[in-house]
Structure formats: structure tokens, C-alpha cells
Design a binder for this molecule. Structure first.
Ligand code: 4NP
Length: 161
């Protein structure tokens, strides 16, 4: 049975698609793509069915990562039991996801908890800013993805890291 990871932001068109793309890339590099299932969702409903923001797609493509097959969806109650990890980009969305998932199985955390060496505790919303926010989101997602892979190896795959 594979480990299931869900990334959550507000719109599901910027930060969580970036995080999914980056984390899937790390999994491929580590030879773990068959062991971990990855998805993303938004706490908001504004962008349901939309492709990722063009700026997110461009930033990811600059690092050889394709986001094209992703479509935005809203976090649903079923997600709270289906996923092992629900990793949220900021506190506002943490509160929203916690309200949806209260008492459910998934481990709900800020994604940046997996990059404890960085001072950042949130991935800031890049939607209303320039391209720099998207590059920053990529950098933060790369750092936290490394820590997340280690945690999955340790907690779920019985590997020493
Ligand atoms: P995301 O960014 O939560 O990283 O996908 C946003 C996308 C859309 C909006 C806000 C943030 N919006 O207000 O429509």
C-alpha cells in the first residue's frame, strides 16, 4: 500500500501544484515514485477545474518540472481519511483544512515543518505578486520535499536515513 501525500493551498493553482510537481520530481530522483501517491487541493473553490497559474508552470518548467496535467480541485472530507499526510502552505489554510478534517486520520502539518533548517514556516501566497514569489515557492518546496522524503522513508518505509 502506497503512502499518500496531499498538498493544500488556497486556490490549488500556484503553491500546491508547485509542491506536487517538485515532490514528484524528488520521488523520481530517489526511486520512490511507486511507493508514494501525490495529489493537491485548495481550501477555496475559486479555481476548480483550472490548470495551474501560467507563472507557476513557467517557474516549474525552468527546473525541468511539468505541471500541465494538474487540475484544481477543492479539499473534500474524504481526503481527510484517504491521505497519510495533508501538508498545508500557510496558517490560514491550515485553519481551513483543520476545520474540514477535524478528528480525521490524516497527519495535518505546515509543509515547511519538513525544512526545519530554514526560518520560513509558511510558503507565502505568490498570486498577487511578481515572478519572484513563484521562484521562492519552488525553492521552499524543494527544501521541504527533501525533509518529507526522509520522514516517509523513516515512518512508512522502515528505512534508516
Ligand atoms: P495558491 O494561490 O493558493 O497558491 O493557489 C492563489 C490562487 C488564487 C487566489 C489566491 C491564491 N485567488 O484569490 O484567486
Amino acid at each position: 500500500m502506497s503512502v499518500k501525500v496531499l498538498f493544500v493551498c488556497l486556490g490549488n493553482i500556484c503553491r500546491s501544484p508547485i509542491s506536487q510537481g517538485v515532490f514528484e520530481d524528488v520521488l523520481r530522483r530517489e526511486g520512490l515514485e511507486g511507493e508514494v501517491e501525490v495529489d493537491s487541493a485548495g481550501t477555496g473553490s475559486y479555481h476548480i477545474g483550472d490548470v495551474p497559474d501560467a507563472r507557476a508552470t513557467k517557474s516549474a518548467a525552468g527546473r525541468g518540472i511539468k505541471l500541465g496535467s494538474q487540475r484544481a480541485r477543492q479539499l473534500a472530507l474524504e481526503d481527510c481519511d484517504r491521505f497519510d499526510y495533508i501538508l498545508v502552505m500557510d496558517r490560514q489554510n491550515y485553519e481551513a483544512a483543520a476545520a474540514t478534517c477535524r478528528g480525521k486520520r490524516a497527519e495535518l502539518r505546515l509543509f515547511m515543518e519538513y525544512a526545519p533548517d530554514l526560518p520560513d514556516t509558511e510558503v507565502p501566497d505568490p498570486y498577487f505578486g511578481g515572478d519572484g514569489g513563484f521562484e521562492r515557492a519552488m525553492d521552499l518546496a524543494e527544501a521541504a520535499s527533501e525533509g518529507l522524503v526522509e520522514d516517509i522513508r523513516r515512518q512508512h518505509l522502515g528505512q534508516r536515513v
